[in-house]
Design a protein around this ligand. Structure first.
Ligand code: NAP
Length: 297
C-alpha cells in the first residue's frame, strides 16, 4: 500500500511549534512582522499574497501588506523595499513574484536585506545555502525536507532525482539533498527540459522530486518500486467542475500510487508546507534580529 504523505498534517504540527516560538518572542515584547509587497497585474499573485497574510494572522505574525500599482515606476518598488529594510517592526520581506516586466527582478532580489530575505532568494543567501551554511532555506524545498524527515524517508545514500532546475524549487532542492547532513547525503541528479531519456533517471531513483510544471508528466512506468515521490507541480487543467478546471500535479497519481512507497498528493502535499515554512523563516528572522532565542519546530 502506498503511504500518502499528509502535508496538511505536518504543516499543522509546524504551525503549532511556531506558536510556542511566537509566545517566547511575545514574552520579550517581540511580535514577528512579515511584509508582503505586490506589484503585479496577475490575479493569482493577489490570491497568493492574501493567503500568506491570512497565514500570518492565524499564528500571530504581524502582516504588513504594500501594494504598488503595476504602472508605477520600478524605482518605487526598490524604494519601498529599502524602507522596509529599515523598519524594525518588519523582520521578513517577501516581494511576490513575478513582478511586472519593467522591474528588474534580480535588482529586487538584491535589494531585500539578506537578514530579512525570508524567501531565501538574495544572492548572499543562495551562496550560503550552497556552502552548507544556510540562513534561510527557500520555502518549498525546505518544506519538502521537513516532509521527508516526518515520514522517515532516508536520504543518506539514496538516489534522488529532481525534475526541474528553477531557482525557487529545483536548484535549492538539489542543493539541500547533497548537503552533508542527516537530511541530505543523497546522490542527486537534476533533470530538465533538455534531459535525454528522463525515465531512465527517474526509474533508478529512491526519491523523485517532480517540479517541472508539466501536468502528470511522470507516471507509474517511470518509477522504481517503493520510491518516495514528491509531487511539487500545481497545474490547472480543464475539467468538468464548477470552476471549469482542476488542479493536478506533475505526477500521474493513479498509476504512480501502484508503484510508489510514499507519495505526496496534490493538493495537500507540498503546498501547505511551502506556506508553513514562510512563517518558519519569519519567526527565525524575528528571533535573530531581536536576539531572542527561539526553538524552531
Ligand atoms: P519553472 O520555473 O517553470 O521551472 C520548471 C523546470 O522544469 C525547468 O527547469 C524546466 O527545464 C523543467 N522542465 C520543464 N519541462 C520539462 C520536461 N518535459 N522534462 C523535464 N524537465 C522539464 O517552474 P517552478 O517555479 O520550479 O515550478 C514547478 C512546478 O511546481 C509548477 O507547477 C509550480 O506551480 C509548482 N510549484 C509548487 C509549489 C508548491 O508549494 N507546491 C511551489 C513552487 C512551485 P528548463 O530549465 O530546461 O526550462
Amino acid at each position: 500500500m502506498t503511504e500518502i504523505i499528509d502535508g496538511e498534517a505536518v504543516a499543522s504540527e509546524i504551525r503549532d511549534g511556531l506558536s510556542d516560538a511566537i509566545a517566547t518572542l511575545a514574552e520579550e515584547g517581540v511580535t514577528p512582522g512579515l511584509a508582503t509587497v505586490l506589484m503585479s497585474d496577475d490575479p493569482a499573485s493577489e490570491t497568493y499574497v492574501s493567503m500568506k497574510q491570512q497565514d500570518c494572522e492565524e499564528v500571530g505574525i504581524d502582516g504588513i501588506h504594500v501594494e504598488l500599482s503595476p504602472d508605477a515606476p520600478a524605482e518605487q518598488l526598490y524604494e519601498t523595499v529599502e524602507e522596509l529594510n529599515e523598519d524594525e517592526t518588519v523582520h521578513g520581506i517577501l516581494v511576490q513574484m513575478p513582478v511586472v516586466d519593467h522591474v528588474d527582478t534580480r535588482r529586487v532580489l538584491r535589494t531585500v536585506a539578506p537578514r530579512k530575505d525570508v524567501d531565501g532568494f538574495h544572492p548572499e543567501n543562495v551562496g550560503r545555502l550552497v556552502a552548507g551554511d544556510a540562513r534561510f532555506k527557500p520555502c518549498t524545498p525546505h518544506g519538502i525536507q521537513k516532509l521527508l524527515a516526518a515520514y522517515d524517508v532516508e536520504t543518506e545514500g539514496a538516489e534522488a532525482v529532481v525534475v526541474g532546475r528553477s531557482d525557487i524549487v529545483g536548484k535549492p532542492m538539489a542543493n539541500l539533498l547533497i548537503q552533508k547532513s542527516a537530511v541530505g547525503n543523497a546522490t542527486t541528479t537534476v533533470c530538465h527540459s533538455r534531459t535525454e531519456d528522463l525515465a531512465a533517471h527517474t526509474r533508478r531513483a529512491d526519491i523523485v522530486v517532480a517540479a517541472a510544471g508539466v501536468p502528470e508528466m511522470i507516471d507509474g512506468t517511470m518509477l522504481k518500486e517503493g520510491a518516495t515521490v514528491v509531487d511539487v507541480g500545481i497545474n490547472r487543467v480543464d475539467a468538468d467542475t464548477e470552476k471549469g478546471y482542476e488542479l493536478v500535479g506533475d505526477v500521474e497519481q493513479a498509476s504512480a500510487r501502484e508503484v510508489a512507497g510514499k507519495i505526496t498528493p496534490v493538493p495537500g502535499g507540498v503546498g501547505p508546507m511551502t506556506r508553513a515554512m514562510l512563517l518558519w523563516n519569519t519567526v527565525k528572522a524575528a528571533g535573530e534580529q531581536t536576539g531572542v532565542n527561539v526553538e524552531l519546530p
